[in-house]
Design a protein around this ligand. Structure first.
Ligand SMILES: NC(=O)c1ccc[n+]([C@@H]2O[C@H](COP(=O)([O-])OP(=O)(O)OC[C@H]3O[C@@H](n4cnc5c(N)ncnc54)[C@H](OP(=O)(O)O)[C@@H]3O)[C@@H](O)[C@H]2O)c1
Length: 324
């Protein structure tokens, strides 16, 4: 495994973050505790030390599963990231958002489900238009002072929103966001316009979600619906969106390069992430040990500059996906 320093946090994280959205029972493609344990344990065997979950994933079950498994390991070696913003269960008053009340309640619940005293990286999952940034940042700052979180990160938003948050932290002397978990892969590169250069300048760690285009880049574009998760009945199927803006051609070029390098499509899509100058660690979601092993093996793939240019060439600007 290769490790990198996550933005300004100083924490060493594996170049692969294990996404834990697939643990729980809310969707038919999710894994229960026993199956989830197999993936997490194998990830640790392979040197993965960075895990991403959220309070809302399968209504808290993802945090419980991750916490139960990590309890058998040395906590000091693991970097655990979770999120707040969306409700756990029904969206009753104060169940969601980024008010002080919601953050304090949700943070305590996340700590309990994870069975931990502190969260290494506590991320706001989206902007909350009803709460001023000062209020959210003050609550996060207090949480850090109380030792409940070590660092704050955030997730998909407009660049101008992140600028506002960073300025607020600086002006008020509050905790600042040190990581950005954004939507970014070779068939969706809108983040290169402003967000990624901003993160680079501010030393904000970049940990993209959906690095495989949520499965789109892992198989020929006309085969996604054949998978359990790709079935539109089971999950919002992103294929029609990713097919825009040169997406079909990018998918075909991923297939071609996979054949040339003798690897899988998913490995080409991940090799592109690992070699990307902006990315610290893509957050890979998988329900299969074999796919996890492929993700780790892909760290060995050396894409040439012309391979990268070939993959990127068909891309055309497209509407934003994932800020809402
Ligand atoms: N911040 C946010 O708003 C946000 C949004 C979405 C996700 N996330 C985070 O990002 C993580 C990853 O997101 P994601 O799961 O949506 O996207 P992803 O990692 O791009 O894609 C996952 C999909 O790719 C498939 N896959 C993975 N490896 C494969 C391989 N080697 N061969 C073939 N198929 C493969 C998986 O199928 P198998 O299960 O069969 O391997 C799954 O259907 C989540 O777990 C979560 O932690 C955050």
């Amino acid at each position: 495994m290769e490790y990198t320093t996550l933005g300004s946090t100083g924490m060493d994280v594996s170049q692969i973050c294990l996404g834990c959205m697939s643990f729980g029972s809310e969707e038919p493609w999710m894994l229960d505790e026993e199956e989830g344990r197999e993936i997490i344990e194998r990830a640790i065997d392979l040197g993965v030390n960075f895990f991403d979950t959220a309070n809302a994933y399968s209504d808290g079950e993802s945090e419980e599963i991750l916490g139960d498994v990590l309890a058998d390991y040395d906590r000091d070696e693991q970097v655990v990231a979770t999120k707040v913003r969306f409700p756990v269960g029904e969206d009753t008053p104060n169940a969601s958002g980024l008010s002080r009340k919601t953050i304090e309640q949700e943070l305590d619940d996340s700590l309990e489900r994870l069975g931990m005293d502190t969260i290494d990286l506590y991320q706001t999952h989206r902007v909350d238009p009803n709460t001023p940034p000062e209020t959210t940042l003050e609550a996060l700052d207090d949480a850090r002072r109380r030792g409940k979180i070590r660092h704050a990160g955030t997730s998909s938003m407009w660049t101008h929103d992140l600028v506002e948050q960073l300025r607020t932290s600086e002006r008020e002397g509050l905790i600042g966001y040190e990581t950005m978990q954004n939507h970014y892969h070779v068939a969706y590169r809108e983040e290169e316009r402003d967000m990624l250069p901003l993160c680079d300048k501010e030393d904000i760690g970049v940990i993209p979600w959906g690095p495989l285009g949520q499965g789109f880049l892992a198989r020929p574009f006309d085969e996604l619906e054949r998978t359990n998760r790709g079935d539109p009945e089971n999950f919002h199927n992103p294929t029609p969106e990713y097919e825009r803006g040169g997406g079909k051609e990018i998918n075909e070029r991923v297939q071609e390069l996979a054949a040339d390098h003798g690897v899988t499509m998913a490995q080409i899509a991940l090799a592109w992430q690992y070699q990307n100058e902006y990315v610290d660690a893509p957050i890979v979601g998988t329900t299969s040990v074999e796919h996890l092993e492929e993700a780790v093996e892909a760290l060995e793939i050396d894409l040439s500059a012309s391979d990268v240019a070939y993959l990127e060439e068909p891309y055309e600007p497209q509407p934003i996906i994932g800020h809402e």
